[in-house]
Design a binder for this molecule. Structure first.
Ligand SMILES: [Fe+2]
Length: 481
């Protein structure tokens, strides 16, 4: 089987697996032929793509980590807020995950808009289990993780749908309601004697960051259990790769970049590394373009083939890129990924289209740093480049204030902290400040908090992460809720 986006779907193509709605009802059965009508309906339901079976994809078996039955059952119990049901499904999931010798997160789960929370919870449970296994945990601990994954967002069932799915900016009040879901999830399970306290605390703290900037309590990594940290990474990875009414789906490549960019700020590095060992660079059954112009689909990506996959060309020939004679061929899917990232970015900024174009002031004494940020941000925002704190102050006295200041902390003469203090005085704290730092230490975190900074990014940063942070600050809408 192979994955195609719905845009490429054509009548007559044969579906590799069935497609279900959030109640577990079959929308289209496996081995069904697509029709114009079906394609249209899938689009309306918010599906991105489908798995099809054709001659080109013959012999490509994409193994799911858990069976569709267990997945559907899990979704149903979550929808019904049936805790006993969730616990029994968790046990079956652990069995299925641990009985597999080799795990690869090849299968992009197909999901529609309306069942987001249910499908998301099952996915998160799978990722949690996979990370636990990767860390060499025993079955009991993997069980805690899977359970926490299934239960972590139950509180969302109590949040009004118009807030959950609101395409635009959330008001302060709406955001508070949104954030209450972690505590609500905890409330639902806290009296259960048969659920471990590890599970309960992971559920309560699944939005806490390792630097202490998360919610509900703002506890840092030293106060979090390993279960909490794993659930947090799993949750964000799945949220990023999902399409939501207010954002496009990140490609696995972009989601990987985001997780790496957030290491030490939001996430524990070791856990991110563990998850990423199971996320293939090139997913089986997806289309790639080779540097010589030929096209094909990924046939094998395991082990050495993760970097140099085996590709089945459109004429059916196999090409093992790990063989020395083909070393000169590069996979142009990188370019393709960038193109699709650009496309996704366009879609994303479309969705949050501001009334005016946002203006961002970047203050950094290093020319190369300024240029790098300009390269990332200029397609999206109006960018003002400033070389020192003094200059920034002068600019602000004569010009309208920008919507955001990105400030390098370490600068000669006036450092970024002093410059920020003076800017805040001048602007009466009306302009949010995002710090850039080379050091991700306790002191930086404390300074940011003391100055009420909107956040900070650590050099060398990941463009995907930087863009997401800026969007969060400007629109009040995080990509990962
Ligand atoms: Fe959540």
């Amino acid at each position: 089987m192979r994955y195609i986006s719905l845009r490429e779907a054509e009548p007559g193509m044969v579906l590799a697996n069935g497609i279900y709605d959030s109640l577990g009802r079959t929308l289209i059965g496996s081995n069904c032929e697509l029709t114009v009508n079906y394609i249209q309906r899938l689009q309306e339901y918010g599906f991105d793509g489908v798995y099809i079976e054709d001659a080109l994809s013959e012999g490509i078996n994409i193994e799911t980590v858990i069976t569709p039955q267990v997945r559907m059952e899990g979704q149903r119990h979550i929808r019904e807020c049936n805790i006993d049901g969730c616990l029994s499904v968790a046990r079956r999931m652990v069995e299925e995950i641990t009985s597999k010798g080799v795990i690869s997160l090849d299968l992009t789960d197909l999901r529609s808009y309306d069942d987001y929370t249910y499908a998301h919870s099952v996915n998160v449970a799978v990722y949690c289990g996979v990370i636990g296994m990767g860390l060499g945990m025993n079955e009991r601990k993997i069980g805690y993780l899977v359970m926490a994954g299934l239960l972590h967002d139950l509180g969302k069932l109590q949040i009004p749908a118009d807030i959950l799915n609101k395409p635009g900016r959330l008001t302060q009040e709406e955001y508070m309601i949104m954030k209450s879901h972690a505590r609500l999830s905890y409330e639902i399970i806290k009296e259960r004697w048969d659920i471990s306290s590890y599970v309960k605390s992971a559920v309560l703290h699944h939005h806490e960051n390792v630097d202490g900037s998360g919610y509900p309590y703002g506890i840092d990594g030293t106060q979090q259990t390993i279960f909490t940290k794993i659930l947090h990474v799993a949750d964000v990875f799945d949220a990023l790769t999902a399409k939501r009414p207010y954002k496009e789906a990140y490609t696995p490549f972009e989601a990987t970049e985001y997780l790496m960019g957030g290491c030490g700020i939001m996430f524990d590095k070791k856990i991110v590394q563990t998850l990423l060992t199971y996320v293939p660079l090139y997913q089986k059954g997806t289309k790639v373009t080779l540097s010589d112009g030929r096209e094909g689909i990924i046939y094998e990506n395991f082990g050495i083939h993760n970097l140099r996959p085996v590709v089945r060309l459109m004429n059916g020939d196999m090409l093992d890129l790990a063989e020395e004679q083909y070393f000169h061929i590069t996979l142009a899917s990188q370019r393709e990924l960038e193109l699709s990232a650009e496309e996704a970015e366009r879609g994303r900024s479309e969705m949050i289209k501001p009334l005016q174009r946002y203006r961002i002031m970047i203050v950094d004494d290093m020319k190369t740093n300024l240029q790098m940020l300009r390269g990332i941000l200029e397609p999206l925002y109006e960018v003002i480049l400033i070389k020192s704190g003094q200059q920034a102050l002068m600019y602000l006295k004569k010009n309208p204030y920008p919507d955001l200041v990105i400030m390098d902390i370490d600068m000669p003469e006036m450092d970024g902290i002093e410059a920020t203090r003076r800017i805040q005085e001048l602007t009466e704290k009306t302009v949010p400040v995002l710090f850039v730092t080379a050091l991700c230490d306790r002191e930086t975190v404390l300074v940011c908090r003391e100055l009420d900074a909107a956040g900070y990014i650590v050099r060398p940063y990941k463009p995907v992460y930087v863009k997401a942070e800026i969007k969060r600050i400007l629109t009040g809408r995080s990509e990962i809720e």
